[in-house]
Design a protein around this ligand. Structure first.
Ligand code: G3P
Length: 237
């Protein structure tokens, strides 16, 4: 499963890019608005310069013909741009037209497997069920991912299933177990997924033990005049 970052913050994207595990970025109008007075196209182009993978940029039109007119120039900002279209009847109509022109579409605001199937039939490259927002209303968001993956596998549908609205590391594990192709998450969740208290405790102990060993070696050297600096590889752990 690929890791995407769900943000429009260049600072966050630069930070995460260093770890070498982020293969794409998803943005939406809320995330763009958080960045303040910035040019939408410039931000997307800058993101494309940082991450070499699919970068989702969403339309804000609601009528099919307006979505199509808005999506065409967005798709030309960079070869990696994937246009995000909401899962509505107008959205489906726009997906059909745009995908037939070779424009890659990420269908957003998906909350059922049926919506995912319909978006795939219209030609979507990615479908994005929102796991966290379903959990927020006491639904089982991950079930939509499981169902969608199963249905796509049943019919050999190649549209990618992207688990969106990821809220915590458990969602990442569950999405991967369900066979999602991609999970998009905020930087905070990606950071949480890297951490474990036992990793920190274990590292602290290794370093303390190493320091103790170094000090003991130093004492021996000053007492017996032995050669300093044994190779680290010679130490048993
Ligand atoms: O980008 C779409 C989705 O990931 C948004 O998540 O946290 O706003 O429900 P959230």
């Amino acid at each position: 499963m690929e890791f995407f970052l769900d943000t429009a913050s260049l600072e966050e994207i630069r930070e995460a890019a260093k770890w070498g595990v982020v293969s794409g970025v998803t943005t939406n109008p809320t995330l763009m608005a958080r960045e303040g007075d910035v040019e939408f196209s410039e931000i997307i182009k800058e993101i494309c310069d940082i991450i070499d993978g699919p970068i989702s940029a969403e339309v804000v039109s609601v009528k099919a013909e307006d979505m199509i007119e808005e999506a065409r120039p967005i798709s030309k900002w960079h070869p990696n741009v994937v246009v995000k279209i909401p899962m509505t009847p107008d959205g489906l109509q726009a997906i059909k037209v745009l995908s037939s022109e070779g424009i890659k579409i990420n269908t957003t605001l998906i909350f059922t497997a049926n919506q995912a199937l319909l978006a795939a039939q219209a030609g979507a490259y990615i479908v994005s069920p929102f796991v966290g927002r379903l959990d927020d209303i006491s639904e089982d968001g991950m079930q939509v991912i499981r169902d969608t993956v199963q249905i796509f596998n049943n019919y050999g549908i190649t549209t990618k299933v992207l688990a969106a609205s990821i809220r915590h590391p458990r969602h990442i594990t569950e999405a991967a177990k369900a066979g999602a192709h991609i999970a998009t998450m905020p930087l905070s969740v990606l950071k949480q997924a890297m951490k474990h208290p036992l990793t920190d405790i274990g590292l602290e102990r290794f370093l303390k033990d190493w320091e103790k060993y170094r000090q003991a070696q130093g004492t021996k050297e000053s007492a017996g005049g032995k050669t300093a600096g044994r190779a680290r590889g010679a130490v048993r752990t």
